[in-house]
Design a protein around this ligand. Structure first.
Ligand SMILES: C[S@@+](CC[C@H](N)C(=O)[O-])C[C@H]1O[C@@H](n2cnc3c(N)ncnc32)[C@H](O)[C@@H]1O
Length: 360
């Protein structure tokens, strides 16, 4: 079976666009009896799809799944956020728009021809001949590429938080502050498709920008952004949360609100703080409000460098002392690949304090 990709623009396509699409499909599927057309556009009505199916003698015609940060879609479409990958330490997000161009050090990428309708993961040749990969966005890639409006949490802490808060599909989570939305995106993927995130941010522009990004990334239905002070007004919900996460300067002031946002029994809370004095005050507040299993930890990432090293070949002398053996020359060496621990590591980032809401 042959899959033919086409982009018709959104809404109601013109007669000319339809005719061109039929010609393209017939050309591509000339030697194939069962072709399927995958449209990377949202058409206004199903009748257009039927018309296309009949005119181009197709087995089936359907619209490609829309990109979202919680589900994978195969084809790049207008309006998507794609990650342009030039190398492990060089990538950036782009909003895909027909007619737009993105400049890279390898030349321009033309969205209409180089991106729209191509498969995620494709190798795209830029105008100067160099190439890039176009990747589907994920929370991991977003954390590495998002526009920083605040300090953010990275994968090492996020992985631990997700596990220790016992997050799973369907979990209801409260978070403050939203900041740049790095943690929020990761939590949203874990709790989708039936969970919900209530995220509180008192900085108006940050709350607005986060709301826009959640909608653009097609996770807006999973999250409620509240623009208020969590220490004064709480999370806007009572008795619903399975877990609460705090990344604010004075988490101890939000502990009472965290408790009332949580379900009656059980549930986990986590607070991220860079200073031990903040941890002490938070632990005291947690204990005062009846939380148990209070535990603070720090997660440090140790990355190994893979390198080639050259070692001198040891000379242990001849095996049989009575027989003359060729002696290993002085400059004999062997080169091998090895993994080396870093001499210096990024130091302290922050403490994670976890606790459980007591059953009493
Ligand atoms: C370090 S950032 C959070 C980063 C976020 N965890 C991430 O991964 O992108 C802290 C955020 O908390 C917000 N904030 C601080 N105190 C707050 C409060 N009392 N109520 C609501 N938001 C608060 C700040 O405006 C800031 O955006």
């Amino acid at each position: 079976m042959l899959h033919v990709l086409s982009h018709l623009g959104h809404g109601q396509p013109t007669r000319r666009a339809l005719r061109q699409c039929v010609i393209n499909v017939r050309q591509s599927s000339a030697r194939c009896s069962s072709a399927v057309l995958v449209l990377t556009s949202k058409l206004a009505s199903n009748s257009f799809k039927l018309l296309l199916q009949q005119r181009a003698r197709l087995l089936y015609c359907f619209e490609a799944q829309v990109m979202s940060f919680v589900e994978y879609s195969e084809f790049i479409q207008e309006g998507d956020v794609a990650i342009i990958f030039l190398g492990h330490d060089s990538m950036f997000p782009v909003k895909v728009q027909s007619g737009a161009q993105t400049q890279t050090r390898y030349g321009a990428i033309r969205h209409s021809t180089d991106l729209i309708g191509r498969r995620y993961g494709s190798k795209v040749t830029c105008s100067k001949g160099g190439w890039v990969y176009v990747l589907h966005p994920t929370p991991e890639l977003w954390t590495l590429n998002l526009p920083h409006r605040t300090q953010i949490l990275y994968a090492t802490d996020i992985a631990n938080i997700t596990m220790m808060l016992e997050l799973k599909p369907g979990s209801v989570v409260c978070e403050s502050g939203t900041g740049s939305g790095s943690l929020s995106h990761a939590m949203l993927r874990t709790i989708a498709p039936t969970g919900h995130l209530y995220t509180v941010e008192f900085h108006q522009q940050r709350a607005k920008k986060a709301t826009e990004e959640f909608c653009e990334h097609k996770v807006g239905h999973l999250v409620t952004v509240l623009n208020q002070d969590v220490c004064k007004e709480g999370f806007g919900v009572t008795g619903v949360a399975d877990a609460v996460f705090l990344d604010i300067p004075s988490p101890w002031e939000a502990v009472a609100h965290a408790k009332s946002a949580m379900k009656k029994q059980g549930g986990r809370v986590c607070s991220f703080s860079p200073c031990i004095e903040q941890v002490q005050r938070t632990c005291a507040a947690l204990a005062e409000h009846g939380f148990v299993e209070i535990c603070t930890l720090e997660v440090l990432l140790r990355l190994y460098d893979v390198r080639s090293i050259t070692l001198p070949l040891p000379d242990f002398g001849p095996e049989d002392l009575h027989q003359a053996q060729p002696v290993v020359p002085d400059d004999a060496a062997v080169t091998c690949r090895t993994a080396i621990a870093p001499r210096e590591m990024a130091g302290h980032t922050g403490y994670l304090t976890f606790a459980t809401k007591s059953l009493a």
